[in-house]
Design a protein around this ligand. Structure first.
Ligand code: ANZ
Length: 980
């Protein structure tokens, strides 16, 4: 196939976001007061039993009645006196966690076989795979990963075949920048980072099928990324165009949008200009309608769907031609076609604006204005689209020296050049209607251009004002019978329709649908990316796709990653790789030296997980059919648009060519909330060093802020104040975790301090999964205590030497009704909350259960086993250990998840008010269908009621089942009795 360098103008309107913005530093975990306390508690001088006592007592918050605690407090205090100090944690999580991680690894417990029994239902739960940054894992990662892990484990236990894989989105800028700075090959950096990420993830006990691990940087993987590119090329969906890029002359390189800050390079602060360069583009616009329509059927957050709709930005309007006039005011054969969504306002178009990069501009500009126009073009070339279109930005522009004719009014109107019109949208030219468009109004006012009012609000009020009226209404001042058009008195909608009809009839224009969506700029002038599989014949420059049989086209080794200085990508330096021969003609050729953007590899990785080792196909058809679509896809909201839109686009192309069987890749998408750093308290001081209360000044910015440690802070009502001076109010704010603020929490530190199960549980317990949440170290202590309590309930207290006994304390008794009720209530709640991804409230249910269980004398095995099963998706290490101690030789991972039995969920007792002589004296708890006799017996046994009834003669009893028991005493015979 031939590829020629065509000259096309589209380019993305908005800068691509940094795909995986997980570039957090690995900073040492800031020891909060609470954590330091934990260190004290861990010190050998602190006795085990004292710690246990503290832990038990501190569980007041879970509502335990002390009398119900199996080991009473007095026993604990006794133990405390007798035993040496050895135990240093709530339960031996470190031994347990390593042991079970090893077990899972050795037994490949979470391996999803290649040939699963497809008669069983499937569940594909996927995390947005990370960019393995040098900073290692951040506590934000495990939030989503724990949620998906709970879902994966839960579904396995419900009998589903579960696909729960993990991999690395490992091409990208940071590794390349690091290579430029240190000379370390990106391959090495990437491998090192991947190893670190993998071991961190394993230390959190996630049940990934590690046999399916993939990295976008592996040739076996990117062979298929390149293959997809060739399919796009075959279908005309990949093409080349001259598009403006960020060119930094001083650095001699093209910069990514994220490397340009305020018009200068992030590194070195050198000026950056927009310069047209040959680029690969993908025609995502060809799929705009389908990408829009198919959103409706997805179970995604409404906010993401709306963002995608806005990004695609479908608008309906018209293209209308304006004829360019010569210096004598005569019509020429040059035409300017504008795109407008308001054809109803056409009589009010008092000037035209063309973008500075408008291709026809140089052919219409007058000699007198040429110099100023070129100067203006040069300045505009340095601005980003975002800067140009900012509403608040003062409008700039220059007259082209030339006029066009308004086809409806017949009047000559000036043609201006202004950068608030973008070359990449619509036709790059607009009809400006200053009376009804705010930007046009501002521009016309500034440059003294006439403003003509053509729409009046429906109430007919006078509209001429200092501001544009941009609403719809009734058309005025819009009739010209010379051209056969009169829209006066029509509504905006009717008028728009009539203008389009008129334009189509008179060959002046047509109806037009436009999209904000731009074609996707699919080339980077970078080394660390997938090579684009195309060669160019040296003689003709003709582009030829690399044969599919030659894929993967591997990235050549390179020692020098620095820019070439000419704008050619670094791959240009790999001379022997670049120079090649076209296999079909035998002619000398050169390879494409641009690489693919980081988005490429992440567009289709979810498919490869279904069949990661397949060397002859991207994915086996039957496997794809079984596993597609992804049932739940969890990740950050920062990928709401680009990643999710690009992968939907590729998926649709793959659907069209029969590689995939579903129209959409991700059935349900969930965004986890952001984790903000621990709350920071700030006090403010004036220039004399005196504290100023935060509520006493409007503008705190003038004062000197001072971070106040938590131990110096007191909560006073809704506010926080200085402990030693409560008149001074502080500000309390949680900030995004960042290296510069020093509030980054490292999961490794939390794991070594409290264990992975505690971290998992804490991240789920922090608040609703989708909300942003504030990190709070004392919160981990809370869930850690809960796990410790669970452990001690089942295994018992530590022995005198600090170790825990083998086995458990469970008994073989039949469970009581009360126990069964508590258990089934917990099963129902935990199940419902996992299914609804409300993990925090699922944990509360388990905490309630443990509180209830502490009141029981005996803990039947049947009850405890079921609880351990419930706990296992959340705290899998502890659950495995307890399960094995309960006598089960196999992993808990595939045991059936308990089912709530409705019998135990019915509330069968009621509270019955008891009256004595018509006066309510107390209540009794009775079975729903309780007889009068039983109710009376219970009332007479009740401590409070018995004193009214004891030995007293009864005249009659009034009993309304389920409502009331009224006992009328016989006063007469009581009196008579007393006389006798
Ligand atoms: C005349 C007019 C009158 C307009 C009026 C608006 C209000 P959306 O909805 O975003 O598609 N426009 C067209 N091309 C443009 C470009 N390349 N750069 C900047 N602005 C451009 O917006 C379409 C409207 O935005 C068009 O309708 C055009 O201004 C402007 F009372 O035309 B309108």
């Amino acid at each position: 196939m031939n590829i020629t360098h065509t000259k096309l103008q589209p380019f993305p309107l908005s800068p691509p976001l940094n795909h995986h913005a997980f570039l957090f530093s690995r900073k040492s975990f800031p020891l909060s007061r609470k954590l330091k306390h934990a260190h004290v508690k861990n010190s050998p001088s602190f006795t085990s039993s004292l710690y246990r006592k503290r832990t038990l007592l501190s569980y007041g918050c879970f509502g335990i009645s002390r009398s119900g605690i199996r080991s009473s407090i007095s026993e604990v205090v006794e133990e405390e006196k007798q035993k040496p100090a050895l135990v240093k944690r709530a339960y031996p999580f470190d031994e347990i966690e390593h042991k079970w991680q090893r077990y899972w690894e050795e037994n490949r417990t979470f391996r999803t076989p290649d040939d699963v029994d497809t008669s069983k239902p499937k569940y594909y739960v996927l995390d947005m795979f990370p960019y393995p940054s040098g900073a290692g894992l951040h506590v934000g990662h495990p939030l989503g990963y724990t949620a998906t892990d709970i879902l994966a484990r839960f579904k396995r236990m419900q009998g589903y075949n579960v696909l729960h894989p993990m991999g690395w989105d490992a091409f990208g800028l940071p590794a390349e920048q690091y290579a430029i700075e240190t000379g370390t090959h990106p391959k090495l950096t990437t491998l090192r980072n991947i190893n670190r990420f993998r071991s961190q993830l394993k230390s959190l006990g996630f049940s990934y099928d590690w046999d399916r691990e993939i990295s976008t940087t592996e040739p076996e993987y990117y062979k298929w990324t390149q293959w997809i590119f060739l399919q796009l090329l075959k279908r005309g969906l990949a093409y080349q165009a001259e598009v403006p890029v960020n060119w930094c002359p001083a650095l001699g390189t093209v910069l990514a949008n994220e490397e340009v800050v305020d018009g200068v390079s992030e590194r070195g602060g050198h000026p950056v200009i927009r310069k047209p360069m040959r680029q690969w583009m993908l025609k995502i616009t060809a799929y705009a309608d389908r990408l829009l329509e198919d959103l409706d059927e997805l179970d995604w957050p409404e906010s993401i769907k709306e963002m995608q709709r806005n990004w695609i930005g479908r608008s309906e309007g018209a293209e209308v031609e304006f004829c360019v006039l010569d210096s004598d005011g005569m019509e020429t054969d040059k035409k300017i076609t504008v795109y407008t969504t308001r054809p109803d306002t056409i009589f009010g178009a008092t000037y035209l604006v063309v973008a500075p990069e408008y291709t026809l501009l140089s052919s219409i500009v007058s000699t007198k204005q040429r110099e100023s126009v070129e100067e203006y073009q040069e300045i505009a070339s340095r601005k980003s689209d975002l800067e140009r279109t900012e509403l608040q930005k003062e409008k700039t522009g220059v007259f082209s020296g030339c006029y066009a004719k308004n086809p409806t009014s017949g009047e000559p109107i000036p043609i201006w050049v202004a950068d608030y019109v973008l070359g990449s949208y619509g036709t790059g030219a607009i009809m400006a209607v200053p009376a009804h468009d705010a930007r046009d109004h501002e521009f016309a006012s500034k440059f003294d251009i006439p403003i003509k009012w053509v729409v009046t609000p429906n109430n007919g009020s006078c509209i001429e004002s200092v501001k544009a009226y941009s609403g719809e209404g009734v058309i005025i001042n819009s009739s010209n019978m010379n051209v056969g058009l009169d829209i006066n008195g029509l509504s905006s909608k009717e008028a728009a329709f009539k203008v389009i009809e008129w334009a189509e009839k008179n060959g002046k224009g047509k109806k037009k649908v436009n999209y904000k969506l731009r074609d996707w700029l699919f080339a980077r002038q970078r080394y660390w990316g997938e090579p684009i599989p195309v060669i160019f014949l040296e003689d003709s420059g003709e582009g030829i796709p690399v044969l599919e049989t030659e894929l993967p086209l591997t990235l050549p080794e390179l020692d020098d990653f620095t820019p070439t200085g000419t704008g050619e990508p670094p791959l240009f330096k790999a001379d022997s790789w670049v120079k090649t021969i076209d296999p079909s003609s035998g002619k000398p050729a050169t390879r494409e030296t641009n690489t693919m953007p980081q988005w490429a590899g992440s567009c289709w990785y979810y498919l490869r997980f279904m069949d990661p080792k397949n060397s002859s196909d991207l994915v086996d058809k039957a496997k794809e059919k079984y596993w597609s679509p992804v049932d739940v896809y969890v990740g950050g909201a920062e990928h709401a648009v680009l990643h999710l839109l690009y992968s939907r686009f590729w998926h649709k192309v793959l659907y069209d060519i029969g590689v995939v069987s579903t129209k959409e890749p991700f059935k349900c998408v969930i965004n986890q909330g952001i984790i903000l750093g621990e709350v920071q308290y700030t006090a403010y001081k004036d220039t004399d060093g005196n504290y100023i209360s935060a509520d006493s000044a409007d503008e705190l910015g003038e004062y000197l802020p001072e971070i106040i440690p938590e131990e110096r802070v007191l909560k006073s009502g809704e506010h926080f104040v200085l402990k030693d001076n409560p008149n001074i109010r502080l500000t309390a704010r949680a900030h995004k975790m960042s290296k510069s603020r020093g509030n980054v929490v490292n999961p490794d530190d939390v794991v070594s301090e409290y264990g992975a199960d505690s971290l998992r549980l804490y991240e789920m317990f922090m608040g609703p999964f989708r909300d942003s949440k504030t990190w709070n170290t004392s919160g981990i202590e809370g869930v850690h205590r809960f796990l410790g309590r669970t452990w001690r309930l089942i295994v018992g207290s530590p022995l005198h030497h600090g170790a825990f006994r083998d086995g458990t304390l469970v008994t073989d008794e039949e469970p009581t009704m009360e126990q069964l009720r508590a258990l089934h209530k917990c099963i129902a709640k935990v199940t419902e909350e996992i299914e609804g991804t409300r993990f925090n409230t699922g944990i509360s249910a388990m905490m309630e259960f443990i509180n209830a269980a502490y009141k029981w004398d005996k803990h039947p095995k049947a009850i405890i086993e079921a609880f351990v099963l419930l706990l296992s998706p959340y705290a899998p290490h502890m659950a495995e250990e307890l399960w094995s101690r309960l006598g089960h030789p196999d992993s808990i991972a595939y045991e059936a998840f308990p089912k709530a039995d409705a019998v135990y969920l019915k509330e069968s007792t009621i509270v019955l008010p008891v009256q004595i002589n018509g006066k309510t004296r107390g209540t009794i708890e009775v079975e729903k269908g309780c007889s009068e006799e039983d109710a009376f017996t219970l009332a007479s046994q009740d401590e409070k009621l018995s004193k009214y009834l004891d030995g007293k003669p009864i005249k009659k009893r009034i009993y309304v089942p389920g409502k009331i028991l009224n006992v009328i005493l016989d006063r007469q015979s009581a009196k008579a009795g007393s006389v006798q």
